[in-house]
Design a protein around this ligand. Structure first.
Ligand code: SF4
Length: 252
């Protein structure tokens, strides 16, 4: 009796958890994961962006705050220097503002970030660590939805999509969403991605965006997603690129 009731409800719960997952998105993510496995993104300037510095939730959070309006390479360099001096919230809270400003030099808005990081470190010490929920993270100084989701996904295993500039740009080019701001992208994209893939979306699209689908001059003719991509917002491919692509496809 129980079995006949529980089986359909388990199936419908699974369907709910999958949401209206889009098969084209799933196919694209699988291809990007394959590219990662084959080492095709090894040449990315900073393969994992802010997450590369992952040691603790505190360090992911701080690195993510530094990454705002800062190039990935700079974020990694500055984060490493900072964590050599202050690897924990307690240590960071005791660094003077002048020294912190020097350590952050090179990051966008580094003076403002020095203030935010001191306030952040003190709050984390008071509260006994990094909050594990989105609301708690968003209440911290300098932490927006992208950083909150990176911490939730990479440190606490939550099925959250961290939408940064790469995820926003590529999702729109691929026609997965049609949005103007990263926050809209997060809202529209999340239900279309199966839960078990959401944590990986940021890593996969950041690597793809650093190496292939660059902001300027995307390398569409060498892209594994070309047949799935309307290239929204980009000029039409030249006939030369199309010929070279069809030649490549025939040989594959
Ligand atoms: S085909 Fe071009 S626009 Fe589309 S994902 Fe690939 S590189 Fe980006």
């Amino acid at each position: 009796m129980n079995r006949t009731v529980s089986a359909p409800s388990a199936r419908s719960a699974r369907r709910r958890s999958l949401g209206a997952a889009n098969p084209r998105i799933l196919e694209a993510l699988k291809r990007l994961a394959g590219e990662t496995r084959r080492g095709r993104y090894a040449a990315a300037p900073v393969h994992l962006g802010p997450i590369e510095n992952r040691e603790t939730p505190f360090q992911v959070l701080v690195s993510c705050l530094i990454s705002t309006r800062t190039r990935d390479q700079q974020t990694t360099r500055i984060s490493r220097g900072l964590f050599a001096v202050a690897p924990t919230a307690e240590a960071l809270a005791s660094v003077s503002r002048a020294r912190l400003t020097r350590l952050l030099y090179g990051a966008g808005f580094y003076r403002q970030k020095a203030r935010q990081l001191r306030a952040l470190a003190r709050l984390l010490v008071e509260r006994g660590g990094v909050p594990r929920g989105r609301d708690g993270l968003l209440a911290l100084p300098g932490i927006g939805p992208k950083c909150a989701n990176i911490v939730l996904a990479s440190c606490f295993g939550a099925p959250a999509i961290a939408v940064d500039t790469h995820v926003h740009r590529i999702s729109n080019r691929l026609g997965w969403v049609r949005t103007r701001a990263p926050q809209q992208t997060e809202l529209r994209l999340t239900p279309k991605v199966p839960r078990r893939w959401r944590r990986r979306v940021n890593l996969l699209l950041v690597a793809h965006g650093q190496t292939v689908c660059k902001p300027l001059g995307p390398r569409c003719s060498g892209c594994v997603l070309l047949d799935l991509c309307p290239r929204r917002g980009l000029p039409k491919m030249t006939s030369v690129a199309k010929v070279s692509l069809s030649f490549r496809t025939r040989r594959a």
